[in-house]
Design a binder for this molecule. Sequence first.
Ligand SMILES: Nc1ncnc2c1ncn2[C@@H]1O[C@H](COP(=O)(O)OP(=O)(O)OP(=O)(O)O)[C@@H](O)[C@H]1O
Ligand SMILES: [Mg+2]
Length: 256
Amino acid sequence: MPSPRTPVPDSADVLVRLRGVHKSFGDHVVLRDVDLDVRSGEVVVLLGASGSGKSTLCRCVNRLETIDSGEITIEGRALPSEGRELARLRADVGMVFQSFNLFGHRSVLDNITLAPVKVRGVARREAADRARELLTRVGLAHKAQAYPGELSGGQQQRVAIARALAMNPKLILFDEPTSALDPEMINEVLDVMTELAADGMTMLVVTHEMGFARRAADRVVFLDQGRILETGTPGSFFDAPRTDRARDFLSKILSH
Ligand SMILES: Nc1ncnc2c1ncn2[C@@H]1O[C@H](COP(=O)(O)OP(=O)(O)OP(=O)(O)O)[C@@H](O)[C@H]1O
Ligand SMILES: [Mg+2]
């Protein structure tokens, strides 16, 4: 079993701050006046119905999407809009998606070393040593030379997590990392994420895995139609949601 976590104190530094964030696609408003702080070492789970804006919020944090108004800062600095600064931001903010997006024609080891060598300028040898360490951490030391197509979905997702970790990110965004997996593979990925959380990684996680949210999250944030409707500890949110929307959402998801 992964080790239990110490909760992140309120006094911890804010790593990511969103203030008054608005985002529309045409006349469709997707994020409305979103204020959110993610502290260093904190695990925040984003919940909400399909279309509530969870993925868009994540994508705005590493600037895969631009915002219309408001402010997003990382360590107090506004998100850069282009060039080298933007590349650095992307390197500092890891992202793990539902579809693993590994390079199919490259070995697992190459998938993990590529960005550290190209973007961070790490020596190839050093990157390979680190990749092997990370593969051990996600339980895949024996798969370094395999190709993604030879791995199960759960294994590919663990490689994707190792790839994100290889950049030494300040924060990792997870957007439904287990929703494309067969049920028997979900736990192997959640266990890796639970361990990362216990090790102090800052994580913003979109997931429908309520067991994970309960055990690993410091805070749960419930989005409804682009607005943060509730935010609280997993215990308070799951056991005593304050709004009808949250109650309705939980009753649907828990009766699955
Ligand atoms: N590139 C885009 N162009 C136009 N509309 C978009 C775009 N991306 C997202 N949307 C719309 O924005 C809204 C929020 O989408 P988003 O993907 O953030 O929701 P979500 O909460 O992640 O949903 P799901 O649980 O289904 O993944 C949706 O109505 C979606 O159709
Ligand atoms: Mg989504």
